[in-house]
Write a protein that binds this ligand. Sequence first.
Ligand SMILES: Nc1ncnc2c1ncn2[C@@H]1O[C@H](COP(=O)(O)OP(=O)(O)OP(=O)(O)O)[C@@H](O)[C@H]1O
Ligand SMILES: [Mg+2]
Length: 460
Amino acid sequence: MAAQPLSFRRVLSANVVALAPAYGALAGLYAWGALAGRPALIAGAGVTVVTVLLVQRYLGSLARFARFVSELSDVQEPVMPRLSFAPATEELASAAATLAMGWRRQRASIDNLAASAQAIVDGLPDPLIALDRQRRVVRTNIAARALLGAIAAERDLSMTMRHPELLAAIDALLETGADGNFTGPDQTAIEIVLSGAPELDVIVHARRLPRAAADGSLALLVLHDTTALRRAERMRADFVANASHELKTPIAGLAGFIETLRGPARDDVAARDRFLGIMAEQADRMRRLVDDLLMLSRIEQHEHARPAGEVDLASVLRGVQDLLQLKAAARKVTVELAIDPSLRKAVGDYDELTIVFQNLIDNALKYAKPSTTVRVAAQPAGDDQVAVAVSDEGDGIPAAHLPRLTERFYRVDNARSRQLGGTGLGLAIVKHVVNRHRGRLDIQSLPGKGSVFTVTLPSV
Ligand SMILES: Nc1ncnc2c1ncn2[C@@H]1O[C@H](COP(=O)(O)OP(=O)(O)OP(=O)(O)O)[C@@H](O)[C@H]1O
Ligand SMILES: [Mg+2]
């Protein structure tokens, strides 16, 4: 702060007060005849000069003191001024400085407390918003800002979240009666949908604090993202519906044939043989479906536990080739194995990897054009992986289907898959086994040309 000049009026009135007794005494002496006019005037002038000087110094010290005290509340501690002409002010100034230091320390610890409160709130993984009595946003954490974007502080919540049900529930939470007591419940949960891409299902847990916090917070909102949970629920429901639907068709077929064999076709030997053949096929289909479902659930159950065996992929692939020999011959498709001699063993489970390649090569055979070749190539991929690619010359798969191909019961051509005896679970099983092996499944396909399914696995 720059030194301000002393005001003339203050200087004048201080001088008048200080000089009055001396002037009074001199005037009295002169009137009494004890002092002649000239010496009285000389004495008066001397007293005036000394007094004006002293008063000037004294007022200067006081002004510096006042400035020092007013600067004590600034962020920077002021320098103690020289106050030699007013010793009492010097003591006052050091007392004020001590007081100010105490305040400063206290303010620092309050700032620290506020910062650690915010750090704790920011550390919470769930989005949190604190509101005051008027429903204004007082505090938010990092998760809330990440979810909702910039949140207007000290503004009504409706500026950030425009969900009428949510706002109404919070109003009920904060509502007070004529006596000033809260009338509503002290906590509530509201389900809302946050628009955006993707849309999010969110449960807002709102809770009123017993009394307002120092920053004015009275209600806390914690947002809980339930989108993944909802999706899993939906998937489970879809799965049960799909599985029952898949079983219903062959059961209805069987029931129909049994009815026919009991009634109109009772004595028709030729029809009976034909129907029994179809019935055996349907029963077989149901058995396959149940087997696949059981396998899927078994693999899912221990999907998090990574298998640790050492598997010779060449032997797995030769085994599968033998197993599918008849089917390949029936469709006039050749299965060709190309195994890199430097191929290392894969880390995994022999039986599960057999299922993977059985499914992939079976698909290749099923969807290949007759008299073509299915190529199975196994080779190292990088330092610590092996890749097995199964390619066919079939109809291929339109790109739009690729992302969903490994979903359970997902088929590109439903009728064709059923007619070929497929359950639509093969690739779902492959995907789960590969995941359990911490491997990768890549699908490339050119419609009209064929498809390549590549499994990459960690090697020993
Ligand atoms: N090599 C392939 N060429 C073309 N389409 C394929 C190929 N492999 C799979 N598909 C498509 O992907 C779908 C899903 O395959 P998936 O193996 O899961 O079922 P599926 O073969 O029909 O039945 P299954 O459970 O008996 O294997 C198939 O219905 C088919 O439409
Ligand atoms: Mg299949």
